[in-house]
Design a protein around this ligand. Structure first.
Ligand code: DC
Length: 219
């Protein structure tokens, strides 16, 4: 099979991360969680006391960052300089802040470059919001994974158990609205994306569906 670059876009909680990992294990590919990069910028913006709309501050901040994915015994980790920030970027506050900074052009421009550099390698699955539309419009295979708000909130609640279900649903709704309605690279399926609704499917079934699609391409 020819080495592919695969993109999986979709809203929070649609199952992108789990499905990407399953698919990567079956194909022998690596996953790139691009949301982690936006979270890293948000994390550093908060540490520096920046407002999420301070474009000058964000630009300086981005230029000072050195973000890198590595693989170790804990799985894929995100390093900022020498420090492993993978767990620190998963708090509800950083989650909301990442959505806010992701609407800023300076942040998107900075991360676009990093993502395309990583994408020079093949055998990768990029998951995010604008992978198939903006970052890799020529990707070999594009999926757009979605699910009802109720299902997505429940999945996220069961995963994190850090907030009541109502708060998870409320945050998710706000984030959906921010990510879908921003001017730059809004969350939307690429015209040539295969759209999969995972509301009534197990994530294993979604991964199988994707795999069948990929295998059919090679027949
Ligand atoms: O996938 P995630 O929940 O970790 O993403 C965090 C935020 O980052 C999300 O609310 C929107 C933003 N994001 C983005 O704008 N583009 C991407 N490719 C990935 C994430």
């Amino acid at each position: 099979m020819k080495p592919l670059l695969i993109t999986i876009d979709g809203p929070a909680g649609a199952g992108k991360t789990s499905v990407s990992r399953m698919l990567a294990a079956r194909l022998g590919y690596k996953v790139v969680d691009t949301g982690a990069l936006y979270r890293a910028v948000a994390y550093h913006a908060k540490s520096a006391g920046l407002q999420p709309d301070d474009d000058n501050g964000l630009e300086k901040l981005c230029n000072s960052l050195n973000l890198k994915f590595i693989q170790n015994e804990k799985g894929q980790r995100l390093l900022s300089g020498e420090s492993d920030i993978s767990d620190k970027i998963r708090t509800p506050e950083i989650t909301m802040l990442s959505s806010a900074v992701s609407a800023r052009p300076v942040v998107r421009t900075y991360l676009l470059k990093i993502q395309r550099e990583i994408g020079r390698e093949k055998r990768l699955i990029f998951e995010g919001r604008d992978m198939g539309t903006v970052v890799f419009p020529d990707a070999d295979v594009k999926f757009f994974l979605t699910a009802s708000l109720k299902t997505r909130s429940l999945r996220r609640y069961q995963e994190l158990a850090s907030q009541p279900l109502e708060a998870v649903a409320e945050d998710m709704k706000r984030r959906d609205s921010n990510d879908t309605n921003r001017t730059l690279s809004p969350l939307q399926p690429a015209q040539d994306a295969v759209i999969i609704d995972s509301t009534d499917l197990s994530l294993e079934a979604v991964a199988e569906k994707m795999l069948s699609y990929i295998n059919a391409l090679n027949e």
